[in-house]
Design a protein around this ligand. Structure first.
Ligand code: NCD
Length: 317
């Protein structure tokens, strides 16, 4: 694997392999000494042009647990805010000897541009580009589902027959897109629920079913309900009447939570708008995997950095 730009291009076997390596990494996280020497002498740069809390610190923790050196580069307060281009930034990082660049950018496609540009000869990991993709988030979500469903016997398995309902701001969500490709590749059946204004054009070509009524979806007893954040920062128009109306129609509130089967998982990539797309009770319930998703994110990112930088899987992706 040279780069990780999207989940769309991953085969089932590649995806299962990444999840299995992440299981090995999770074993390390359970030890008293959480560190492996695998990436000693390698340099990982976190290049973040957009705000992030958990994704950035997750990649940082992952790289450090593999003994890589980590440089955090955030566009705020750097020469990027003085107008330095992506090209100049990439060439600067190349001159510093970066082996991998983890990039988050507001423009869809920016990580692919970096990977194809020849400006820098490093492994590129997409940590979220515009509304396009967020592959490590989908991988950690798939990992979380597989672990909850299969526990200690998760290794080697896919998500055949698992039903996943993704709810909310699909239009602006790179998390939804990466999950649609990955979960369906792994054999899951994905159903999307959103107000019509937040369903992307072209969704008819996606391997999913689409509905507009969350109560109907819950009556279908999905194995997993994944709530998405309302991405107000990407909205330049009124996509729904008001927050109260949104919560009433499309939020996972206490009453809907009570109707969901006890074994169904409640997921959210964070950051959560409590009281809008998810109630506090739903977010904090035993069915919620929100904090497991964060913990599993470190294992997934360790697996991805390891596969990219250790030369363990040349020829993939
Ligand atoms: C997501 C993102 O940035 O795309 N968050 C994350 O990575 N944990 C989802 C979001 O911002 O809503």
């Amino acid at each position: 694997m040279r780069h990780l730009l999207s989940t769309k291009g991953l085969t089932r076997d590649e995806a299962v392999m990444i999840l299995d390596v992440a299981e090995d990494m999770a074993d390390v996280a359970g030890r008293e000494v959480k560190k492996l020497p695998a990436l000693r002498g390698k340099t990982v740069v976190n290049l973040f042009f957009e705000d992030s809390t958990r994704t950035r610190i997750s990649f940082e923790a992952a790289a450090k647990r593999l003994s890589a050196d980590v440089i955090n580069f955030s566009a705020k307060g750097s020469s990027v805010s003085k107008g330095e281009s992506l090209k100049d930034t990439a060439q600067t990082l190349a001159a510093m000897g970066a082996d991998a660049v983890v990039v988050r950018h507001q423009a869809s496609g920016a990580p692919s541009v970096l990977a194809q540009s020849g400006w820098i000869d490093a492994g590129i990991v997409n940590a979220g580009d515009g509304t396009h993709e967020h592959p490590t988030q989908a991988l950690l979500d798939a990992f979380t589902i597989r672990r909850r469903l299969h526990g200690a016997s998760a290794r080697g398995r896919d998500l055949d027959g698992v039903t996943v309902t993704i709810v909310g701001d699909i239009l602006h969500s790179r998390v939804a897109r990466s999950n649609v490709w990955l979960l369906t590749t792994l054999g899951a059946r994905v159903h999307l629920v959103a107000p019509a204004t937040l369903v992307p054009l072209g969704v008819g070509d996606w391997p999913v079913s689409v509905g507009y009524d969350l109560d109907d979806a819950i009556a279908g007893r999905p194995d997993v309900v994944m709530m998405l954040r309302i991405q107000a920062e990407r909205m330049n128009a009124a996509f729904f009447p008001n927050a109260r109306e949104y919560a009433r129609q499309w939020g996972l509130g206490d009453e809907r939570l009570a109707l969901l089967p006890a074994a169904s998982l409640v997921m959210h990539p964070g950051p959560m708008n409590r009281g809008l797309e998810i109630s506090a009770q739903a977010a904090d319930s035993a069915r919620s995997t929100v904090l497991e998703q964060v913990a599993n994110g470190v294992s997934i990112r360790m697996a991805v950095l390891y596969l990219l930088l250790s030369g363990a899987s040349e020829g993939l992706g």
